[in-house]
Design a protein around this ligand. Structure first.
Ligand code: ADP
Ligand code: UDP
Length: 242
C-alpha cells in the first residue's frame, strides 16, 4: 500500500490528523499518547494507538451497518485510518447509562446509579476552559450548532446507545457513558472522531472492574491490557506489533 499520508493538519492529544491526496479524505494517526484532566496528566502507552485504531474501526463499522452515518472509511495501517473530512461541531455529546465521573462531581450523586432513560449532555470542546457543560440555548446563542443539528446529534447519540449497549452487554461489559463528536458534510451530520476506551467508560458486568481510561486517570495500571481485553471480548482482530 502506498503511504496516503500528506501534510500534518492538526496534532491533538491522542491523534494526529494528516491530509491525503484526496481533499475530502483525512488520515487519522492514533498515537500511543494518553492524556487526562485536559492534558495535565500524560503518558505514552505501548500499543495503545494500534489497539484503539482497531477498536474504533470495528465499532464505527458496526454503527455504519446499523444506520449511523460515520466518517470512517477504512483502516490504513496499524495506527492509521482514513476518514471523510468533516467540519466539526465544537461541542461534545455525552450519553450516560450509569452515573460516573463529572455528573457525580457536579450533582453530588453516587457513582453507579442506573439512568433510565439515558442522560444526554452537551459540553463545549475547549481544554483551556475544562470543557464546560452547556445547554441547548448556549449552543444556539453562540452559533455552535442549529436546533435541527442538536436534534440530530441527540437522535444519533441515542441510536449509537441502542447499538453499543447491546454489543458490549453481549461481551459481559456495561457501557456506562461515552463521548461522541459530530461534523458536517454536504448538509448532513456524520459521527466523527473516535469510539474507543479513551472516550467511554466500560465496566466488567460482573466484577465492576474498570476497562477504560479511568485505569489511567486513577493509576490502576494495566491500561492497554484492559483495552485489549475489551477488543478480544467484542471480537476485534488485533495484529501483533507496537
Ligand atoms: P483533541 O483535539 O481533543 O486533543 P485528538 O487528539 O483525538 O483530540 O485529535 C483529533 C482531532 O480531530 C479532534 O480535534 C477532532 O475534533 C478532530 N476530528 C475528528 N474527526 C474529524 C474529521 N472527520 N474531520 C476533521 N476533524 C476531525
Ligand atoms: N470524555 C471524553 N473527552 C472529554 C470529556 C469526556 O472522552 O473531553 C468521556 C469520558 O471518558 C467519559 C464520558 O465522556 O466516558 C463522560 O465524561 P465526564 O463528563 O464524566 O468527565 P470526566 O469525569 O471523565 O472528566
Amino acid at each position: 500500500m502506498t503511504d496516503p499520508r500528506g501534510t500534518e493538519l492538526y496534532r491533538g492529544k491522542a491523534k494526529t490528523v494528516y491530509t491525503t491526496d484526496a481533499a475530502d479524505v483525512l488520515l487519522m494517526h492514533y498515537r500511543n499518547d494518553t492524556s487526562a484532566f485536559d492534558g495535565e496528566k500524560k503518558a505514552a502507552l505501548v500499543r495503545k494507538g494500534l489497539v484503539n485504531n482497531h477498536i474504533n474501526a470495528f465499532v464505527m463499522s458496526r454503527l455504519q451497518q446499523a444506520g449511523v452515518p460515520t466518517h470512517f472509511l477504512r483502516l490504513a495501517g496499524p495506527q492509521d485510518s482514513l476518514v471523510r473530512r468533516l467540519d466539526m461541531v465544537p461541542v461534545e455529546c455525552v450519553v450516560r447509562n450509569v452515573t460516573a465521573g463529572s455528573v457525580c462531581r457536579r450533582l453530588g450523586v453516587a457513582e453507579g446509579l442506573p439512568l433510565d432513560p439515558a442522560l444526554f449532555e452537551f459540553f463545549l470542546k475547549n481544554d483551556a476552559l475544562h470543557d464546560p457543560m452547556v445547554n441547548d440555548d448556549h449552543v444556539l446563542a453562540f452559533g455552535w450548532a442549529t436546533a435541527a443539528e442538536m436534534a440530530r446529534m441527540r437522535e444519533l447519540s441515542f441510536k449509537v446507545n441502542g447499538v453499543l449497549k447491546g454489543l458490549f452487554a453481549a461481551a459481559g461489559i456495561t457501557l456506562v457513558d461515552y463521548k461522541l463528536e459530530f461534523g458536517r458534510l454536504d448538509g448532513e451530520l456524520l459521527l466523527g472522531d473516535e469510539f474507543t476506551p479513551d472516550g467511554c467508560r466500560l465496566w466488567d458486568a460482573s466484577s465492576g472492574e474498570r476497562l477504560d481510561k479511568d485505569r489511567f486517570r486513577r493509576d490502576l495500571g494495566g491500561v492497554v491490557e484492559a483495552y485489549e481485553e475489551v477488543a478480544r471480548r467484542i471480537g476485534v482482530d488485533l495484529p501483533a506489533g507496537e
